[in-house]
Design a protein around this ligand. Structure first.
Ligand SMILES: Cc1cc2nc3c(=O)[nH]c(=O)nc-3n(C[C@H](O)[C@H](O)[C@H](O)COP(=O)(O)O)c2cc1C
Length: 316
């Protein structure tokens, strides 16, 4: 791994197989994470459905699968499956604030249950002895509890800990606290556990600056990748990419989604990407309105065509 290394964040219904494949082509990070998947589900008859979320291609490697559960037995079993599927790492979600996840005692709820959290790391190692195990977490539940929470994780010795610099309660509503992420780096010194900082990183320059300020081993980026599969590229300057190219790649993304996930996932998942691709140019708003009504690839092609027809008519 280069130092610092850059990681694509897990984002449910965003960093799916289609978007990751596109990112692998236009701007590959050093590591990618899948969307989160229920470990309990992986150990049930519903396995087939969840395997859709764990689809990946070789080009996305190294790729880490993220799971959530509060049950160490299920974790061990799920870890075995993840290792068998050929992933390069396994991540345990200990930061998700979603009510359905927290209700199960999983995700962010684990910050209040250090005993189970440690057992989950142990179980993951037992189930997937060949894989590095990481934990993605926050700085606390309702307040900053890093000083007591991080040592629990460090003691269980995962390979890496990703710190999203907010509490569960803060969701994404306040700026990420990079000073606390810096403290995490200091606390982890000498432990051999890598610290990956996360929260509000805008681009690679910002990521490098935050790595320098905190001493983080790696930086994870999520939302900045919306509409920008070139985000992790060191060769492409996003500001110089033409509208035509952006829309061409948006269509490529749509076609990939249709091919890889169209049978299993609703098309409206693509619309949040459209909002990001179609922005910042003349006629973007009009195009966005059209894209919000699309139901398939053909509709998207038509919307793009009419945007170009209008642009050239305006020019003349
Ligand atoms: C739409 C969406 C879905 C997300 N899904 C997950 C998830 O499945 N697992 C996870 O650990 N974090 C998830 N997150 C949180 C991100 O991984 C990341 O921690 C957060 O967005 C902050 O980083 P950013 O400011 O770079 O986006 C999600 C965030 C968003 C916006």
């Amino acid at each position: 791994m280069p130092q610092p290394f850059f990681v694509l964040a897990p984002m449910a219904n965003v960093t799916d197989a289609a978007f990751r494949r596109l990112i692998a082509k236009y701007g590959r990070p050093d590591v990618m994470y899948t969307e989160f998947v229920s470990a309990n589900g992986l150990c049930s008859k519903g396995l087939e459905n969840l395997l859709i979320d764990l689809k990946y291609s070789k080009k996305e490697k190294p790729i880490v699968a993220q799971v959530f559960t509060a049950d160490p037995k299920k974790m061990q079993e799920a870890a075995k499956i993840i290792q068998k599927l050929g992933f390069d790492g396994l991540d345990i979600n200990m930061g998700c604030p979603d009510k359905n996840v927290v209700k199960q005692g999983a995700g962010a709820a684990l910050m209040k249950n250090p005993k189970i959290a440690a057992e989950l790391i142990k179980a993951a190692k037992l189930g997937a002895p060949k894989l590095p195990i990481s934990v993605k977490t926050r700085i606390g539940d309702t307040k900053n509890d890093l000083a007591s929470w991080l040592p629990v994780l460090l003691k269980a010795k995962p390979a890496a800990i990703i710190i999203h610099g907010r509490t569960r309660k803060e969701l994404s509503m306040v700026p990420a606290d990079w000073q606390t992420i810096k403290q995490a780096v200091d606390l982890a010194k000498g432990s051999g556990v890598l610290i990956i900082g996360n929260g509000d990183v805008k681009d690679l320059d910002d990521a490098r600056a935050k790595a320098k300020m905190t001493g983080c081993d790696g930086i994870m980026i999520g939302r900045a990748v919306f509409g920008n599969p070139w985000l992790f590229s060191t060769k492409t300057d996003f500001k110089k990419i033409s509208v035509k190219k952006k829309l061409k790649v948006m269509l490529e993304h749509t076609k990939l989604f249709d091919k890889l996930l169209g049978q299993d996932k609703p098309f409206h998942i693509m619309r949040k990407h459209y909002k990001a691709y179609a922005s910042g140019f003349d006629g973007a708003k009009e195009l966005r309105v059209k894209l919000m009504q699309t139901e398939n690839v053909k509709d998207v092609e038509r919307a793009i065509k009419s945007a170009f027809a209008k642009a050239s008519a305006d020019k003349n």
